[in-house]
Every structure is written in structure tokens, then in C-alpha cells.
Ligand binder design. Sequence first.
Ligand code: APR
Length: 320
Amino acid sequence: MARAKIALIGAGMIGGTLAHLAALKELGDVVLFDIADGIPQGKSLDMAEAGPVEKYDAKLKGTTDYADIADADVCIVTAGVARKPGMSRDDLLGINLKVMKSVGEGIKAHAPNAFVICITNPLDAMVWALQKFSGLPANKVCGMAGVLDSARFSHFLAEEFDVSVKDINTFVLGGHGDTMVPLQRYSTVAGIPLPDLVDMGWTTQDKLDAIVQRTRDGGAEIVGLLKTGSAYYAPASSAIEMAIAYLKDQKRVLPCAAYVEDAFGVKDIYVGVPTVIGADGIEKIVEISLNKEEQAMFDNSVEAVAGLVAACKEIDGSLA
Ligand code: APR
């Protein structure tokens, strides 16, 4: 059986980290694409030269030619401009929308059967635009945000409780932005929901609320520290987890920005929801029940995403 082919569109900080993880985890051969000639070729050669040490067989190719992504099984898109300090995800909208157009057309022409994972921000609007521009089925185009946001939430909780991250399971819904909805009721430590842990005296509601806020601000916290770029290790790990779920038909239950036809009281929008990822891409949306407060937060988040989608339509009339 031929090896899987992973195409990474964008060879910047996340793209390079994705390539390294894909090679180390032996997911298949890797094509690293970018418009900045030399970067994808240089990073690919460097990683290929690590192969004899790490003992991976993956072939790594750097390119500026979309023809090289032909018949990729998975495309992970990070092409675009990353957030700079003081810049909101939304400021990126106009610039990255144009990038999604060229990437969508490249994928449509050369890898129309791929499972596409978008990482470029502002995430929910960009994945929506990428699906439109590529014309791929909505179940094959999704965005990586929920796995990352949940991972950040889990990390902060593990620190607070001084327990292993392995025993923490968190749930984050909504758009990837300041309106994201970390769900305390559905987040657990070894199956114990967070509100029960407050009752047990493990933490206080105030501390939990602060952790929720830190999770919402997780991207900005890293931008503020790095000053010249945004997070890349955790975003890359998160997208690789989704790619593995698809390639290995794992039926993982993972939160991601998926096309919601009609669920959670909203219609026809890309937003962060729990999904099942397997060989058919986004195979299912898991419609958990939300209480009034959670639904209000989710609706608020959906409204923010809808605003960005409307702005995209204004910028590019072909999307309207
Ligand atoms: N086609 C292909 N690649 C492009 C294009 C394009 N039209 N425009 C820009 N790029 C490339 C850049 O040349 C750069 O190498 O995208 C890469 C982006 O890399 P970085 O600037 O290092 O950004 P990164 O940290 O990887 O983040 C990428 O993910 O989390 C989001 O907000 C983040 O939108 C950003 C994206």
C-alpha cells in the first residue's frame, strides 16, 4: 500500500513544525508548499537530513508549485499572515482571505480528494472561505481550533490541580476567538466534572473562571511573549491529532470548526463543535445539550463568526 501523502500549505512556523511531527510520527510523505521560494525547500532538506538520525523514511519535498501536492490525502493550511502584537485575529481577515482564494484553487485543481484542515486565522471565517473557494465537500474541510483551545484549558487545569494532563478531558465550543466557550460542565478530571471539583474543595469558582479567561486569551498570551509571531508547537500538535484521526479512521471525538448545517440552534455556518473524525472526514456533529447560559455564550460566539463571514462576503463578492 502506498504511503499517505501529507501536503502542508504554508511552510512558516506552524508548517515547519507540522512537517517535523508528520515525519517523526511516520504519517507518510510530506510536501511543504509556500510562495516564499527557498523556505519550503530549505526546511524540507533540513528535516530530510534528520531522517538518518531519527530513523524515519518519510520523503520530504519543498516546493512553490501546487502540482507537487497532487493527490495528497491530507492538506493542512497555515498559509497567510500570523498575528502580530496588538493585531486581533480579525485584522487579519482581508489579507488572509486572499490567501485562502489561491490556496482553495490550488487544492481544488490538484488535491480534490484530500481531507483539509485549516489553521489560518481568523479561523472560522477562513475555513468557511476555503471550503467555498476549493469547492470540496463540507465534510472534508474543517478548521483546527477546538483541539488547541481544549489543550490549553487542560494544561491550565493540570497545573491548578497538580494532576496529570492525561486524566483531564476538556470541552471548548464556539468560534476560535475571544468568544470561545469553554464548557465547565463537560470538562472533567478522570470523569469528575469541574463543578464537582469545586464542591470537593479542589478549587474555587473564581479560580476556574480565571482559567477559562486565560484559555480564551491563550493565543494572545503567547503572542505577547514571543512578540514576533504566534504559537506554533501546540497548534501543530493539535492539527496532527486531527490528521491521524482521519488517516487511521479512528472515529475520534474532537472539537473542531466544522460545517453546521442545522444543529445547536444555528444553521449554515462553520463554527467550533464536537465532531467525530474518521475516514469520511467530519462524520458526525455531536449535539450535546446546552443549558441557557451555555447556549447564550455559544450564540454570542456564532454571532461573532457570522459577522466575520459577512465581512468576507463584502470583501469578495464571489463569496456572497
Ligand atoms: N500561499 C502559500 N503560502 C503563503 C501565502 C500564499 N498565498 N501567503 C503567505 N504564505 C506563507 C508565508 O510565506 C509563510 O511562510 O505562509 C507562511 C506563514 O507562516 P508564519 O508567518 O510563520 O505563520 P505561522 O506561525 O505558521 O501561522 C500561520 O496560522 O495560527 C495561524 O494566525 C496564524 O494565520 C496564521 C497561520
